[in-house]
Every structure is written in C-alpha cells, then in structure tokens.
Design a protein around this ligand. Structure first.
Ligand code: NAD
Length: 525
C-alpha cells in the first residue's frame, strides 16, 4: 500500500502510517491539479490539510485510491461527492483541533474587545496611545454562538468563564443539550437582535454561505462585534465591509476568508478589523492530534476495518464500535451469500432480531448492501457507495427489528423479494463471535460462512444427496461438509455442501438434471 502525504501533516501521524509497513511519500511543495492527476494512480491513500484541493479530476484519476484523509475538520477542499461516486472513503479528524479553534476564537474576541493588535502596532511604531484604545469588557455581554457543535460548545463554555451570557442558534441540537452546556437556545433573529458579540461555528454549506449578509447585519445590535473562525464565505465580506464602515458593526475578527490564501482585502485596511491567516487549528497540540487521528483512520481502512470519522459513510460512534464490529463481517457475508442465490429482486428486506436489534445497525445494513452489490456492480463497491449503487438500481431497502430471535440470541435475516423466486438467508453470532449461516429460505442449517458452497433446494427423497456427492467426487472436488435442512419428510428440503474447489458451470448443469433437484447454485464467499 502506498500513501501520499501533502500539506505538512505532522511527523507523528506519518510514523503511524509507516508502522504497518505502508510506503509513505511526503511531498512538501504545493502540487498543481495536473501534477496530482499524474501522480495519484500510484496511491491507495492521500492525506491533506487545507491547502491542497482534491478535485473531481484527481479523484477520477485515482484508480487505486481507497481513502482520502483530511487532517482537520472542514472537507470543503475535497470533492466529497466525486469521492462517494468512486467508492472512496473521505475521513477527517473532527476532534483534534476543537480546543485550538475555540481558544483562538476567545483570543480574537479579547483582541477585538481590547484593541490588542492595534495597540501593539501603534506602540511598536512609537505611539503611546491610551484613550484611543479604550476597550469594552466581556463580563455581562451577550455572546451569540451560531452553530453549537464541537467548537461552538467549547467557545460557549469558555465564554461563561468570562461571565458572558451565552445564547445560541443551532437547529440541529436539542434544548436539553443546550441546557447542559449552559446556552439559551434561541432563533437566529434573536441572536441578531440581542448579541453584543456574534461568533459563527458552522460548516460551510449551501445553507450557511452568505448567512451573515446585508440583511442579517441590518438586524444586529448597533456596535455588535463579529468573529469568524469557521469558514470564509459564511460572512459576506463586502456586506461586512460596509457595515464596519458605517459603524453598525464595531469590529470584526476574521481567521478565514472567502479566498485563501490572501494578503489583500479591503477589510485589511479598516482599523476595526483584526485578522489572522487561518490560524484556528494552528497549535502544536492540534496539529499532532489531527495527524494522529487521521493516520489511525487510514490504517484501519487500508487494513479492511471501518472508519470512525468517515464523512461519506455511516460512521460508527466510538461507544458503538465494540458491539457493532463483530457483526460487520457476518452482515457482509450474508449479503454476498444471498446475492449468489438470485439476481431477480426489487427489495432488500433486512430483519435484525434479538440482541442485534438493539444496536446501531446502520453500518450493518451498509455491509449487507455492500455484499449484495458486489455481485451486480462493475464499479468497485465499498461502504461508501454501496447504498447509493443499490438505490441507483431502484432497489428498495427495508429494515425491521424484532425483539425475539427465536432459538438464537441474535439473528440477522436478509430477504431478496419482488422477483419470481424470493430468497432468504439468516445468520447469527454464537459465543466468541463464531459466525454461522443458520437459515436458508426458512430451512435450518448450520454452516460457517466461508469458502465455496453448493446450495441445492430439492425434494426430500432417497438417492439425491448420494448422487450429487458422487457426481462431484467424480470430478475430483472434495466435499468438506454437508447440511440438509428440511421441514417435513418427503417435502422440500435444501442441501448445502461446503466444497474445496470451484464447481464449474458444466457440473452444476449435470447436478440440475438429477431427478428431484429443484435448483443448484454455487456460492463463493
Ligand atoms: P461541528 O460539525 O461539530 O459543528 C457544526 C455545528 O453547526 C453543528 O452543531 C450543526 O448542527 C450546526 N449547523 C449546521 N448548519 C447550521 C445552520 N444552517 N445553522 C445553524 N447551525 C448549523 O463542527 P466544528 O468542529 O464545531 O467546526 C465548526 C467550523 O469550524 C467548521 O466549519 C470547521 O471547518 C471550522 N474550523 C475552522 C478552523 C480554523 O482553523 N479556523 C479550525 C477547526 C474548525
């Protein structure tokens, strides 16, 4: 495996990437899109910070690319949609720089309140100015936090240490969560109307670009101070410039800009603007943290595991990982198994019963769909694009949960329905996570889900199993195990043979001709 590391990702993360024996190429200089398009086919993974843009053409050229790692939070420098279409996982490191960004927000807020940069500059130029730099206190001021995720929350908590009253707007968090962090959840209009300081901690999305524009600024308190340590473009720079000029906004502190990097902006000429060149995450600690986090994710993914912080697939929260992971391989095998029994279906019906019904099953459903779609897709199927591929084929995915798993403690059943011959397969984890297929079309069996198998529904009568065995034996194919599931003597039954070699089509044709055999399928797991 080969990994390309760009943008000066911390050495400690690079060490983690080298540990499993992966080849890691670290390139310090900035590469053009064309250079990356030429280089990328050699790589299984690429890691960037914010400088390099991983665009659709680079992703399309990355024929071996499995994962794109962003050592940081924002992924607006990565074309996530293109990555998803190509089945490439995008992972970020959302936790590592929370404190750095929150502390920088506080630093900027204090700098704004007390004119620290302006006073520093004046004094160093030989001007002892005191009256001009009279500031305001944070105590008893109202801080409006827009976006109460990781950083917004950390900022809110720290602002409370300065005795500020914190109000916030975030349509995606509950009042209970807001209460826990000591923030009064209000409408956006109320934030504009009441706040003395407003800080944005939002992702840059269609919804949030230009959120703070002329209309929003007009609704704010005269003399409001505004801070952006999130993403450039959330605040419209032209509109902010005008509001600063008129004095409607008393000051603004900006760490991020619509175009980056930049050393020129009308905003830089205003005395009431404090700027830093995207330094929010730039602490020694944060750079190490994000590099370690993203490197661990990349190693996990390249070794076949599931990511914790994937941007474009259902992530497994840390607290769920221990209980979900043992089921993942079984889920994928069930999908792969059933997809080889029929190709005519419209619905994928999944039932989680018993213990497995109570856990986060989203990753398991993805694993099942991945197993199924591998039989039907000519593009590589991964956890990222599996569900999208299934939906693109018009397949309906249905999920149900049942408390009772009959004779098992847990049971996952996958049915392919809507075609002429619906199929069903069920699997369970016994003690020590010992995976078994225990049901095929309602017949009980007990097979380890691995290797090669023949699945043959038939009529339960003498001389069928023997003839199948003899025929296979005559072609030098060893039978490693056999199970027959039946409901009543003389009725329908299903025979499953574990075999040591691939069974060629011609032999399957001969088996199908044996009197009493209803169908025969070769399954490879
Ligand atoms: P997060 O995902 O934890 O939080 C974002 C919050 O915004 C979520 O709670 C979400 O519900 C909320 N939100 C989304 N859309 C919204 C909307 N339209 N209105 C109100 N709330 C909305 O992210 P985070 O880790 O707190 O990061 C916040 C921002 O800071 C991101 O844009 C990230 O890229 C940026 N960031 C910048 C730096 C820097 O160097 N300046 C460093 C780290 C993070």
């Amino acid at each position: 495996m080969r990994i390309l590391v760009l943008d000066g990702v911390s050495e400690k993360g690079i060490d983690i990437l080298r540990e499993p024996g992966f080849t890691v190429d670290v390139i310090e200089e900035k590469l053009s899109e064309q250079q990356l398009v030429e280089m990328i086919p050699a790589y299984d993974a690429v890691v960037v910070r914010s400088a390099t843009k991983i665009t659709a053409p680079i992703i399309a050229a990355g024929v071996n690319l499995k994962v794109i790692g962003r050592a940081g939070v924002g992924v607006d420098n990565i074309d996530v949609q293109a990555a998803t279409q190509h089945g490439i996982i995008v992972v970020n490191a959302p936790d590592g720089n929370t404190i750095a960004a929150a502390e920088h927000t506080l630093a900027l807020m204090l700098a704004l309140a007390r004119h620290v940069p302006q006073a520093n500059e004046a004094l160093k130029k030989g001007k002892w100015l005191r009256k001009e730099f009279t500031g305001v206190e944070l105590r008893d001021k109202i801080l409006g936090v827009i976006g109460l995720g990781r950083i917004g929350t950390a900022v809110a908590k720290r602002a409370q240490g300065f005795a500020m009253k914190v109000i916030g707007y975030d349509p995606y968090i509950t009042h209970e969560r807001a209460r826990e962090i000591g923030v009064e959840l209000v409408s956006l209009e109320d934030v504009y109307r009441e706040a003395d300081f407003i800080t944005v901690h939002l992702p840059k999305t269609k919804e949030t670009v230009n959120l703070i524009n002329r209309e929003a600024l007009a609704k704010m308190k005269p003399g409001v101070r505004i801070i952006n340590v999130a993403r450039g473009g959330i605040i419209n720079e032209q509109d902010l410039y005008e509001a600063l000029k008129t004095g409607k906004v008393a000051g603004a502190a900006l760490d991020v800009f619509e175009v980056e990097p930049t050393t020129e902006s009308p905003l830089f000429e205003l005395p009431n603007v404090v700027v830093t060149p995207h330094l929010g995450a730039s602490t020694e600690e944060a750079q190490v943290n994000v590099a370690l986090d993203v490197a661990r994710e990349i190693v996990t993914i390249l070794q076949g595991g599931m990511a914790q912080n994937a941007v474009n697939m259902p992530a497994i929260p840390k607290e769920d990982a221990l209980v979900v992971k043992p089921y993942l391989a079984l889920a994928e095998k069930l999908g792969k198994f059933i997809s080889q029994l029929t190709s005519e279906f419209e619905n994928i019906e999944i039932t989680y019963a018993g213990d497995v019904a109570c856990i986060n099953t989203a990753p398991l459903t993805t694993a099942i769909i991945k197993g199924i779609m591998e039989s039907y897709s000519d593009v590589p199927v991964s956890y990222v694009n599996a569900v999208q591929l299934a939906k693109g084929r018009g397949l309906r995915i249905m999920e149900t949960r049942e408390e009772e798993a009959h004779d098992y403690t847990n049971l996952i059943t996958v049915k392919l329905t809507g075609g002429p011959c619906p199929k069903a397969v069920g699997g369970t984890l016994f003690r020590d996570n010992d995976a078994r297929i225990v049901l095929i079309d309602g017949y009980r069996i007990d097979m380890v889900p691995e290797g090669y198998m023949l699945v043959a529904p038939h009529i339960d009568k003498p001389r069928i199993i023997g003839r199948v065995g003899t025929l296979i034996g005559e072609h030098d194919i060893n039978i490693a195990g056999m199970q027959v599931g039946r409901k009543q003597v003389g009725g329908r039954a299903v025979m499953v043979l574990a075999v040591d070699n691939v069974v060629p089509e011609a032999i399957l044709g001969e088996i199908a001709k044996i009197d009493g055999i209803i169908d025969v399928k070769f399954v490879s797991l």
